[in-house]
Design a protein around this ligand. Sequence first.
Ligand code: BGC
Length: 413
Amino acid sequence: MTTTFPDGFLWGAATAGHQIEGNNVNSDWWAREQSMPGMELSGDACDSYHRYREDIALLADAGLTSYRFSLEWSRIEPVQGHVSRAELAHYRRMIECCFEHGVTPVVTLQHFTTPQWFAERGGWLAPDASERFQAYVAEATTILEGVEWVVTMNEPNMQAAIMTAMRRMQQAGGQWQSPTVEAEGEPEQQTHSDFLTYADPEIGQTFTAIHHAARAIVRERTGAKVGWTIAAGALTAVPGGEEKLLEIRYGKEDVYWEGSRGDDFVGVQAYSSQQVDARGLVPHPPHPDNTLVGTAYRPDALAMAVRHAWEVTGGVPVLITENGIATADDEQRIRYTREALEGLSGTMEDGVDVRGYLHWSLLDNFEWGHWEPTFGLIAIDRETFVRTPKPSLAWLGGVARLNALDTVGVTGA
Ligand code: BGC
């Protein structure tokens, strides 16, 4: 059976500046890597800062039609108020390179990192955070001519979960204590103490206001469609976990889906699904198919996430801005992606307006403190920076060229 996708459907892959460029020495993440025990360093990363032409060419040659990448605010504004025209020109060259290859760029303005000076002033919760971000966004719009898709922020809900965990840790005197476990009075039961389970809803309101202010600037100064991307947990409740599910999902997701109402699209990012019981998130049980980041093999998470997004946003068009799997087994990556796409086409048959699919990630890259979890369609030698496309790149490119998914008998490249 063959499932076809609508004309103009975007087929691509995604990356983020800090994870691939290398030497983002003015970003808060660079500083964090130097100070947090147990974290590996981003270092030269994939040296994509210099090798982006090769990356875009590989993507285009495989048959993909879209590339999502991010601008590094800390390069563009390394010191507050100092805007580097040379760095803006660098990102403009990346956009032009996409155009030269017939690739549609999807430009993210902020992907997890901020300049270190911004972090030192209190980050997103500083009184003038929105003003500072708006000033940067206004500068960024000067290079966006011809760009059709702009993401203001990547996964503000994940950023909020980190901020919430940090805040709770500080309140507890520097030690991480699970709120769920404490409430249950079962200190030995550490299985539910997931560090990033909760996100305070008021942080979501703050992010929503910042996003709306940035959206207004992008709309005023460019012709691009604008939205943000949200980490979707595809959460389900076990009997007795229904209330807990609503509590966790509201602060961690729904406040953000609600914040997308009025956007031109919403970026859905889904990897796995997880259950919630009365105490919180149920850890993924060990399984041979589990991914290199410990999550369950759940390609159905994408369709679950898309349906939830469609419902809570009230019908905002969906762009899949990330979906993929951390695995050393490229056959598993192809199997996962095919199953995720089958589920996605089911949502479209049911009427969800999905505009494209961007796989995470184009390259094996810096997974925020770790190099082992490989999400890429292309392997990287981190000494020589030689790129080696995996069979999954050719496979996804083949789907893109056909604009269709052969759902029977497709096992590899
Ligand atoms: C992020 C990426 C990350 C990926 C895989 C998403 O949360 O946007 O930066 O690498 O998931 O963990």
